[in-house]
Ligand binder design. Structure first.
Ligand code: SF4
Length: 221
């Protein structure tokens, strides 16, 4: 017996599945699913093929079958993207994964705090770990991800929401950002660290690779 409607969790559009990863959830061995579709256009995005919202070429059932075959060998399933919270089928997919006994990690940029709040407010859909990408300070966000200032202001609430949930439930969290040499995130990194520290987290800094001086990803020759 499955939780929720089977059609609902099968609706999560999957672009790719990594059967074994030691890097997507710190300290855990996972399988990782990449959902299709992202509302943002980060200047350094190294996987623009994941941006357009589409049906995906894989199936979430494949990921769950993989988890079943490797039961006892993997610590959990990471749902990454793209941006997973774009999809209305995400809560059902997490609920079904939990129902089968597998911990869930979620990568999100926090672009839609209301959706995130709904996810985090329910024990069945709250991930066990979140990797929250804080892309930039709110004032810098439009130039980094291509969103409007209003969206930048709105999405800033995600950090506080994740911090409050972690304090209330023990949900594990990693907060990270991506820099490129001389870019706006790099220049304002101290202030971003302070913002993240004010919410009780250390900021993990990742380097964008193969980007030009504007931070735009270039395919290596
Ligand atoms: S949030 Fe991720 S998938 Fe979306 S544009 Fe940025 S780097 Fe690419």
């Amino acid at each position: 017996m499955t939780e929720g409607s089977e059609g609902e969790w099968l609706g999560l559009p999957v672009a790719g599945i990594i059967p074994f990863s030691a890097t997507d959830w710190p300290g855990r061995l996972t399988a990782t699913v990449f959902t299709q579709g992202c509302p943002w256009r980060c200047v350094y995005c190294h996987n623009p093929s994941l941006q357009d919202v589409g049906t995906g070429s894989r199936d979430f059932a494949e990921a769950l079958e993989l988890m079943e075959r490797r039961r006892g060998l993997l610590d959990g399933l990471v749902i990454s993207g793209g941006e997973p919270t774009v999809h209305r089928s995400l809560p059902a997919a997490i609920r079904e994964t939990h129902h089968r006994g597998f911990p869930v990690g979620l990568h999100t940029c926090g672009y839609a705090p209301a959706r995130l709040a709904a996810l985090l407010g329910d024990d069945r859909t709250r991930p066990d770990w979140i990797g929250l990408d804080v892309k930039a300070l709110p004032a810098d966000l439009p130039s980094v991800v291509g969103c409007t200032p209003a969206v930048a202001e709105r999405s800033a609430a995600a950090l506080g929401l994740v911090a409050e949930t972690a304090a209330r439930t023990g949900m594990e969290v990693q907060v990270r950002t991506t820099v490129w040499p001389g870019g706006v995130v790099d220049r304002n990194l101290g202030e971003l660290r302070e913002l993240v520290a004010a919410h009780g987290f250390d900021l993990v800094v990742q380097q964008a690779r193969n980007v030009d001086a504007d931070g735009v990803y270039r395919v290596p020759a």
